[in-house]
Write a protein that binds this ligand. Structure first.
Ligand code: GLN
Length: 531
C-alpha cells in the first residue's frame, strides 16, 4: 500500500517548503524507498509556462514537456523520481478539468460545489499517484495555511486520510519560529496559531518542522510540542542553510526526520540510510580548491530564481571540479555599458541562458562577441544558441543584419525562424525530452561520451539550414541534430578554448551528485581559463 505524506506551510510564505519536501524525498530514497513527488498549487493560472519569471522564477520543464513550478526542479534534483504532468496541478487546471467533465455530462446536472466536487478532484489527483512501484507519495500543498485559496486542499487531504486510513498518512507542517532580536527570544506563538488553524480544519499535524535562525532551546521545543499536541521528538528543527540548500537533507537527518517518518508510517521495507554520495558531494562543496567567476547574461538576471536550474547546475559542476563557482548575474540590457563590458572581459566563463523577446537578445549578442574574441569559455543555452549564431553570422560571416524572426521579422538574413513540424500544434513550441544525435569527433560527443543523448526542449525558433554551408565554411561546427535531422541542436567553435551552444535546456537534468556533463566541462574550462 502506498503511503502518503502531506506537507503544509504556516505563518509566512517562502519558507522553502519545496526544499523540505525534496529533502524528505531524498532521505527516504536513501533508505531504498521508492518516492513520488507532487505539488498542488492553489493559484488559478492554467499556463505556468507564461507566468512572469520576475514573479515566479523559472519555468521548470519536465521530460513530457509540461511547464511547471520551480519546486519540481528541487524534487528532480534531490530525488531520482522523473516527474510527469501528473505531479503538478494548479487549482486553475483542476477547475478546467471540472468544466470539461461537466460538458461531458459526468456531473449529471447536479450543483457543482467546492465540497464535494473540488475536494474530490484533488483527492483523485493524489490517489492517481498510488502505484505498485511507489512506496511513498509526498504532496506539497502550495500557499500558507489560512489562505482562502488553499482551504479546499486542506479539506481534501483531511478527507483523504480518513478515506485511506490515518495510519497510511502523515501530515507535516512547516512553520517559522521567528527570533526577536530586541527580546533575544524565539517566538512560538505564530506556530501555535497556525497549528490552531490546521486543527480547526480537522488536521492534526504529526510532525512540526521549524524553520529557525537560532537553535531552539529544549524548553521552547517542549512548548511547541505541548501546544501543538505532538511528541517532543516530532518537533524537528530546520535551521537556515547558510552554506548550501544541499545541507537541508543532512540537517533533517541529524534531527531524525527520516527515522520518525519511517516509524510513523510503518515503512517496514525501509533500509538503513545510505548517504555516502551526498556526503561526498557536500564535502567537495565545503572544501573547494579554487574559485571561478561565471557571468550569466540574461534579461531576468536580477531575479534570483529566474535561472534557478542554471545556477544549481553550475554549483553541481563546481563540486566535480573542486571549484567554488561565483556567479555574476548580468542584465543583458546593461551590456552596452562600458563597466559591464569590463566585468565580462574579466570573468572565467560566460553563459547565455534561455529567454524570449527582443529586449533579451541584443545584449547577449554583444556579450558573446566578447567571449568569442577574448577566448573566454562560452556556453549558450536555448536562446543562447540563437544569440551565438546571430553573433557569428553578423561579425564573422558578414551576414548583414543576421537575426531571428522572433526579434526582427524583416531582417535581411533570418537565420532562425519558425518551422511548424514536430511542434505543439497549439502554440508551435517544441517541448520536452527529445533525442539528439551528436557528430562523430565533435566536442559535444567527447563531453557526453556518447553520440545519442536525450535533452529537454522548450523553444519555437529553429536554425535555417539554408545557412548551414556558410556557417561550416566559416569555421563553425554544427555538431548536434534532432533525431528527425531537421533541427539544429548543438553548435560549437573548434578554434576557441570552449564555445558550445545548445538549443535545449541541459540545466534541467543536472543533479548535485550527477552534474550535467556540459556544465561540468564548461566549469573545467573556466578553471583552466583562470589558470
Ligand atoms: N525565444 C527562443 C525561442 O522561442 C528561445 C527559447 C528559450 O530560450 N527557451 O525559440
Amino acid at each position: 500500500m502506498t503511503k502518503h505524506i502531506f506537507v503544509t506551510g504556516g505563518v509566512v510564505s517562502s519558507l522553502g517548503k519545496g526544499l523540505t519536501c525534496a529533502s524528505i524525498g531524498m532521505l527516504l530514497e536513501s533508505r531504498g524507498l521508492r518516492v513520488r513527488m507532487q505539488k498542488l498549487d492553489p493559484y488559478l493560472n492554467i499556463l505556468p509556462g507564461i507566468l512572469s519569471p520576475f514573479q515566479h522564477g523559472e519555468v521548470y520543464v519536465l521530460d513530457d514537456g509540461s511547464e511547471t513550478d520551480l519546486d519540481l526542479g528541487h524534487y528532480e534534483r534531490f530525488t531520482s523520481d522523473r516527474l510527469t504532468r501528473n505531479s503538478s496541478w494548479t487549482t486553475g487546471l483542476l477547475y478546467q478539468e471540472m468544466g470539461e467533465k461537466e460538458r461531458a455530462g459526468e456531473y449529471n446536472g447536479v450543483t457543482i460545489q467546492v465540497i464535494p466536487h473540488v475536494t474530490s478532484i484533488i483527492k483523485e489527483k493524489v490517489a492517481n499517484l498510488d502505484r505498485d512501484d511507489v512506496d511513498v507519495v509526498i504532496t506539497e500543498i502550495g500557499g500558507t495555511v489560512g489562505d482562502m485559496e488553499s482551504l479546499p486542499h486542506m479539506e481534501a487531504i483531511r478527507q483523504f486520510a480518513n478515506d485511506v486510513g490515518k495510519q497510511n498518512c502523515l501530515f507535516i507542517h512547516l512553520t517559522l519560529i521567528p527570533y526577536l532580536k530586541a527580546a533575544r527570544e524565539l517566538k512560538t506563538k505564530p506556530t501555535q496559531h497556525s497549528v490552531g488553524r490546521l486543527l480547526s480544519i480537522g488536521i492534526q499535524p504529526d510532525i512540526i518542522v521549524c524553520r529557525t535562525e537560532q537553535p531552539i532551546p529544549a524548553e521552547e521545543r517542549a512548548k511547541i510540542a505541548l501546544f501543538c499536541n505532538v511528541p517532543k521528538e516530532c518537533v524537528v528543527e530546520e535551521p537556515d542553510a547558510d552554506f548550501s540548500i544541499y545541507e537541508v537533507p543532512m540537517t533533517l537527518h541529524a534531527n531524525k526526520m527520516d527515522e520518525i517518518v519511517v516509524s510513523r508510517l510503518g515503512l517496514s521495507n525501509a533500509g538503513e540510510p545510505n548517504l555516502t554520495a551526498w556526503r561526498d558531494m557536500l564535502d567537495r562543496m565545503h572544501h573547494p580548491e579554487r574559485e571561478v567567476t561565471i557571468a550569466v547574461v540574461g534579461r531576468y538576471a536580477d531575479h534570483k530564481d529566474a535561472y534557478k536550474s542554471v545556477y544549481e547546475a553550475l554549483d553541481h559542476a563546481g563540486t566535480v571540479n573542486r571549484a567554488q563557482v561565483r556567479v555574476r548575474r548580468i542584465d543583458s540590457e546593461n551590456v552596452v555599458r562600458q563597466e559591464t563590458r569590463q566585468i565580462l572581459e574579466n570573468v572565467d566563463g560566460i553563459i547565455v541562458p534561455g529567454g524570449f523577446g527582443e529586449r533579451t537578445v541584443s545584449g547577449t549578442v554583444e556579450a558573446i562577441q566578447i567571449a568569442r574574441e577574448k577566448g573566454i569559455p562560452f556556453f549558450g543555452v536555448a536562446l543562447g544558441i540563437q544569440s551565438a549564431m546571430i553573433e557569428y553570422g553578423r561579425n564573422v560571416l558578414g551576414l548583414n543584419d543576421a537575426d531571428s524572426t522572433e526579434y526582427d521579422r524583416t531582417c535581411e538574413n533570418p537565420i532562425f525562424r519558425l518551422l511548424q513540424d514536430d511542434k505543439d500544434p497549439e502554440d508551435g513550441v517544441r517541448r520536452g525530452s527529445r533525442k539528439v544525435s551528436l557528430a562523430a569527433g565533435s566536442k559535444a560527443e567527447k563531453i557526453y561520451g556518447c553520440r545519442q543523448i536525450e535533452e529537454r526542449h522548450r523553444h519555437r525558433y529553429e536554425f535555417d539550414f539554408e545557412y548551414q554551408k556558410k556557417f561550416e565554411e566559416g569555421g563553425a561546427v554544427l555538431s548536434g541534430l534532432a533525431e528527425s535531422g531537421k533541427h539544429l541542436e548543438v553548435m560549437e567553435l573548434p578554434n576557441h578554448p570552449w564555445f558550445v551552444a545548445v538549443a535545449y535546456h541541459p540545466e534541467f537534468k543536472s543533479q548535485p551528485t550527477k552534474p550535467h556533463p556540459l556544465f561540468a566541462d564548461f566549469v573545467a574550462a573556466a578553471v583552466e581559463h583562470r589558470g
